[in-house]
Design a protein around this ligand. Structure first.
Ligand code: AKG
Length: 273
């Protein structure tokens, strides 16, 4: 049984997502689901997955973890039963998809005072896939401002033809594909880019396309945490592309190069506009 969001996305919001590559949608997620994820995040901090151990910088107050739902009942119930799939389904239907699979979940916690930035990047080059009918939904559990590491986006950059190197917060060499372009130095010329960001409250979500450039600073607050969960969703036109320098897929996956994502690691959900 899948729960409903507090409201549906409007046609105007779907148009903003299509044109800008990012939409800040206000008050969609009921508090009870934020509480479920908050519980999961505390457990996640205490016991990161094996990949989480590698990609987090816990000594600097930064937790980064992926595919948690495969091992944690609260993350799993959020994916399977919360309104998150209904929201994603509306977005993918608006992109013309008739089907949807869950790709993966990812936690980003920046504790007060952490200096760890999220370097400017787009997401598609992190992933072993090609396709357009894809979205991420980023859901904060705390109030977010620029000062507490709110995400910033280059509006409309999802339509650029470029494919940029995948820059991780720890600048991991493993992810750097020498065949891809460097991300432009946006910080050196901020006024030359159409940058957008939002102050957010728990219940709001950011919905964005994997080709839109985004990033954020550290958390400058001395007392406000910045806990967020991103979930990634894929539609009809997405195929597995077995490329080096991409996020490893979970052990036991059944993916075949050039074929759509299938199997229990990538469960199917309904789409409806
Ligand atoms: O929360 C962050 O700092 C990074 C989020 C992000 O880059 C993403 O969800 O794709």
């Amino acid at each position: 049984m899948v729960d409903r969001p507090l409201r549906s996305l409007t046609e105007d919001e779907l148009t903003v997502f299509a044109e800008d590559g990012v939409l800040c949608a206000r008050q969609l997620m009921p508090t009870r689901w934020l509480d479920v994820v908050a519980r999961a995040v505390e457990r996640n901090i205490a016991e990161p997955t094996a990949i989480g151990e590698l990609i987090s910088m816990t000594d600097q107050g930064f937790l980064n973890d992926v595919f948690m739902w495969l091992a944690d009942a609260d993350y799993r119930s959020f994916v399977e039963e919360s309104p998150i799939s209904v929201i994603a389904g509306q977005i993918l239907a608006s992109l013309g998809s008739t089907s949807m699979r869950f790709f993966y979940d990812q936690t980003f916690v920046k504790e007060p005072g952490t200096q760890v930035p999220t370097p400017w990047h787009h997401d598609l080059t992190f992933w072993p896939m090609e396709g357009w009918q894809i979205c991420s939904i980023w859901m904060p559990l705390d109030p977010v401002t620029d000062a507490t590491s709110g995400l910033q986006y280059v509006r409309g950059s999802h339509r650029w033809p470029n494919r940029f190197k995948a820059i991780t917060p720890d600048y991991s060499d493993f992810m750097l594909d020498p065949n891809l372009e460097d991300v432009p130095d946006i910080e050196a010329a901020r006024d030359q880019f159409d940058l957008v960001s939002w102050d957010m409250s728990p219940g709001d979500v950011l919905i964005f396309h994997p080709l839109v450039l985004h990033g954020s600073g550290g958390n400058q607050s001395i007392n406000v945490r910045r806990r967020a969960l991103a979930t990634r969703w894929i539609g009809d036109d997405v195929v597995f592309q077995d490329r080096p320098h991409t996020l490893p897929m979970p052990p036991g996956h059944e993916l075949v190069d050039g074929q759509p994502f299938t199997g229990p690691h990538f469960p199917a959900f309904a789409v409806s506009r």
